[in-house]
Design a protein around this ligand. Structure first.
Ligand code: NAD
Length: 337
């Protein structure tokens, strides 16, 4: 029977059913910790002779890692973002990559985004601290921002962006605009969201939220020049990927009060050791937990386990990120039973 390495600390924590299913497929299941920015050699060593890998948000599986971990036949991404897997190399090497698309993960990420928007707008963390520290008198300085009628700007109008738009438009009666060059006009019309260019969005929005994948095009999409375009006093929320924003420039804008508040679930380095952001009072931080609800994790855990079970039965997994691999030929021509 094949061997599995799980490199996602949250995998299976609330889903014994998924672990049970995996135990019927795999002979050996090992847990490892892969950090964001972990070296290729160390990543490959941790994967070792495993046949399958469940990969969280830490660790990057490059071509070299796939070549060095030469027994690796399938990767199940425990999440949606694919920036930490070289998808093209996987296809060329015959390694299917499954992920948690179509498991409803966007619901929890969108709800967390809304939580961050509210925590920023109403300065919840500062207010909580004031009460705990018996500094009640601070209440007169804890003045927030009302959302009704304000403009929400969404960068990246995919599954998560659309769900955030729906909640904020229907629930908070915000005016919603979005920037996404890859989505057809009909989708904007259907969601009653105004299609705008990025500069307009930055200059116009009272709240900006980022929902693009990390690609060569979106890395530092919010660079110094674009951060300077942001409307004075706006809130910026990022639950996508840290590297989409220049963190140094964001820190400056927050310190100078050009940006009122930032709500961040993701960082260029995770944890953000050495970053100036955690030291600022007008930032709400969460440790990449936007998808961490019992409901979303259950659906993601089951999706990964079922896809692995299908693959090792010789069938096609349901949530393939690189379906072309089936035309190009699998590394696992002979799947061990
Ligand atoms: P999605 O693919 O449904 O939507 C992404 C959208 O971004 C697409 O509509 C795409 O057209 C758009 N886009 C791509 N490049 C762009 C660019 N240069 N400019 C503007 N728009 C661009 O993905 P999703 O499910 O909405 O997830 C978005 C991202 O959120 C994921 O890629 C992942 O990195 C991140 N995410 C984070 C967490 C978390 O725990 N914090 C969880 C899930 C996903």
């Amino acid at each position: 029977m094949p061997k599995l390495v799980i490199a996602s600390a949250s995998y299976g924590v609330h889903t014994p059913e998924a672990l049970q299913l995996l135990s019927q497929v795999f002979d050996e299941i090992r847990r490892v910790d892969l950090k964001v920015g972990e070296a290729e050699d160390s990543t490959a060593r941790k994967i070792g002779d495993a046949d399958a890998l469940i990969l969280g948000a830490g660790g990057t599986v490059t071509r070299k890692v796939m070549l060095d971990a030469s027994n690796l036949k399938i990767i199940a991404r425990h999440g949606i973002g694919l920036d930490n897997v070289d998808l093209r190399a996987a296809s060329e090497l015959g390694i299917p990559v499954t992920y948690c698309r179509h498991t409803g993960e966007e619901v929890s990420v969108a709800e967390h985004t809304v939580a961050l928007i509210l925590a920023c707008a109403r300065r919840l963390v500062e207010a909580d601290k004031a009460v705990r520290e018996e500094r009640w008198g601070l209440r007169a300085s804890l003045i927030g921002l009302e959302l009704r009628g304000k403009t929400l700007g969404i960068i990246g109008f995919g599954a998560i962006g659309r769900e955030v738009a729906r909640i904020m438009r229907e629930g908070f009666r915000m005016r919603v605009i979005a920037y996404d060059p890859y989505v057809p006009d009909a989708v904007f019309t259907e969601h009653k969201v105004g299609r705008v260019d990025l500069e307009y969005l930055l200059r116009e929005s009272d709240v900006i939220t980022i929902h693009v994948p990390l690609t060569s095009e979106t890395r530092r999409l919010l660079n110094k020049e674009r951060i300077q375009m942001i409307k004075k006093g706006a809130v910026l929320v990022n639950t996508a990927r840290g590297a989409v924003v220049d963190e140094e420039e964001l820190s400056k804008a927050l310190t100078e009060g050009r940006i009122f508040y930032a709500g961040l679930d993701v960082f260029e380095q995770e944890p953000p050791a050495g970053s100036p952001l955690p030291k600022l009072p007008n930032v709400v931080l969460t440790p990449h937990v936007a998808a961490f609800t019992r409901e979303a994790l259950y659906r993601m855990d089951i999706a990964n386990a079922e896809d692995l079970a299908l693959f090792f039965r010789g069938e096609r997994p349901r949530h393939l990120a690189n379906p072309e691999v089936y035309e190009m030929g699998l590394r696992a021509k002979q799947v061990r039973k």
